[in-house]
Design a protein around this ligand. Structure first.
Ligand code: SAH
Ligand code: SF4
Ligand code: F3S
Length: 485
């Protein structure tokens, strides 16, 4: 990653009338400069600055990608806005469950109406959903007003693709099947000044039977530790105190590097970075969570006391079918080991209800895990059939009514336990990173504890980005009301 000042210097040296360089990231800088000129021309025509809006669906990885898109757009000269009435609107899509896709189609209808009123408007789609052929076919056929479509593997080429669209009147579509490239050093515009996600790897090799991610994000690729460390150092120099290391399965980080490094080793190196206060990571796959990692967590001063450890189901029979490579018993043993090493850790998880062939007994196993582990919170999902995944082919899909009834029971149990769990810190004074002004309560700010739980307390926006001791006066379900200690 380069700072904006460094990038500006590079841009100054580029001759945009020459031919495009073939090496990355120089090629993209060249196109950023060309886009800049084109956008300035449009600004003159409109008599105002052009606005852009990035909208993210899906996970933290997508959120980080959107920050990269915004970094490029701002460098080109767009002014960022939350409003979808902008001149350039990009949806960074997710396809992990059917309703993620439905949301995008729904909003596209709305965007087409806005576009009718603004002839300069451009609409772009990218992200995981675009890696699915039928989706792109459907958009090409029924959503002709879309200007630009690209996927997850060529996101770094955004400036080049945007330039292609600016130069022609036609829809630009560019989707790659896969890539082994990791392009570093492109600009990023962070959503928060004081915290940031940092990709440590891309893709996934696990092929859980229900999951589409490996098909749309490609094979696992780890970034080099030096690149990661250097990015974090730059972030810290720019005011970041908390980072979240991102990957679909961070516990298998570094295995495919020329000089293999374990995730635990990477964490130890990140811990050494002066000025960095908090480290989070996600997601941890239980099958690859090592004793070495638990030891590092036990001794770390910076790793937050929170672990997201998706179990998916409590049924060992289904876990085998899901290709998760652990049993219920192994998972519970792992939880015990972690709790022994880090006693007050907050555990969170993902749960799927209604996986094909799920019986009442299987479901009761899930309820049992929830009661035994006592999660601080859990994301509960209804199984969603994803074409192309092995589980979608199965004939024993569970009846919708049955799934709904199980889902409601599970959610109820999860919430009851989460409320009780939250209460355990009541009355304590804990370090809190102030994240934002409270939108509901005037004169209040909202901060996050090491455990990930939110606390609202009296304060002003000057406190944002600071880590302060806060007394947790009252637990209210999933959050606290507090007071500066
Ligand atoms: N890599 C992470 C999860 C990424 S997807 C991991 O392995 O834990 C986030 C969550 O979405 C998954 O943990 C799973 O609970 C859920 N999910 C994935 N595919 C799904 C599907 N087809 N239906 C319902 N939920 C799904
Ligand atoms: Fe999907 Fe499994 Fe990979 Fe997670 S580990 S992204 S659930 S295939
Ligand atoms: Fe969705 Fe893609 Fe993330 S499918 S969950 S945005 S990796």
């Amino acid at each position: 990653m380069n700072t904006i000042q460094e990038i500006e210097k590079i841009l100054e040296m580029i001759d945009e009338t020459g031919i495009a360089p073939s090496d990355e990231p120089m090629r993209q800088y060249y196109y950023i400069k060309k886009c800049r000129t084109a956008v300035r021309k449009l600004e003159k025509e409109c008599g105002r600055k052009l606005e852009c809006c990035t909208k993210t669906f899906g996970c933290q990885m997508n959120a980080r990608d959107s920050e990269k898109l915004l970094g490029i757009l701002e460098l080109i000269g767009f002014v960022s806005t939350e409003k979808e009435e902008a001149d350039f609107v990009i949806y960074n899509t997710c396809t992990v469950r059917e309703n993620a896709n439905l949301k995008v189609y729904g909003r596209l209808g709305y965007l087409s109406n806005i576009k009718k009123k603004n002839p300069h408007m451009m609409i772009a789609l990218c992200g995981c959903m675009m890696q699915e052929k039928p989706v792109v076919e459907k958009i090409k056929k029924s959503y002709r007003f879309v200007d630009l479509i690209f996927g997850t593997h060529n996101l770094y080429r955004f400036a080049e693709l945007l330039y292609r669209r600016l130069e022609s009147e036609r829809m630009v579509v560019d989707i790659w099947e896969d890539t082994d490239q990791i392009v570093e050093a492109l600009p990023v515009e962070r959503k928060y000044r004081f915290k940031s996600g940092v990709n440590i790897m891309f893709g996934c090799n696990n092929f859980c039977s229900y999951c589409i991610v490996p098909y749309v994000r490609g094979r696992e690729r780890s970034r080099k530790p030096e690149e990661i460390i250097s990015e974090i150092e730059k972030l810290v120099a720019d005011g970041v105190v908390e980072i979240m290391l991102l990957g679909q399965n961070v516990n298998s980080y570094g295995k495919n590097l020329e000089e293999p490094v374990t995730f635990a080793e990477l964490l130890q190196r990140v811990e050494q970075i002066q000025g960095l206060k908090r480290i989070r990571f996600m997601t941890s796959h239980p099958k690859d969570l090592s004793d070495e990692l638990i030891e590092v967590m036990r001794h770390s001063k910076k790793i937050c006391k929170q672990l997201h450890l998706p179990v998916q189901t409590g049924s060992s029979r289904l876990l085998k079918d899901m290709n998760r490579h652990y049993t219920k018993e192994q998972y519970l043993r792992l939880v015990d080991k972690i709790r022994e090493a880090v006693p007050d850790i907050s555990l969170t998880t993902d749960l799927i209800v209604g996986y094909p062939g799920e019986t009442d007994e299987d479901f009761e196993e899930t309820m049992d895990v929830v009661r035994k582990v006592r999660y601080d919170s859990a994301f509960t999902f209804i199984y969603s059939k994803r074409s192309g995944t092995p589980a979608a082919e199965r004939e024993d899909q569970v009846d919708k009514e049955v799934v709904k009834e199980r889902f409601d029971r599970l959610l109820n149990e999860v919430q009851t336990i989460a409320t009780q769990q939250t209460k355990r810190f009541e009355g304590q004074i804990l370090e809190t990173l102030v994240e934002e002004e409270n939108s509901q309560l005037e004169g209040y700010v909202t901060g996050r504890l090491s455990s990930g739980i939110l606390v609202h307390f009296p304060g002003t926006k000057e406190l944002i980005g600071q880590i302060l001791p806060v007394k947790l006066q009252e637990a209210k379900g999933f959050y606290y009301m507090g007071e500066r200690a």
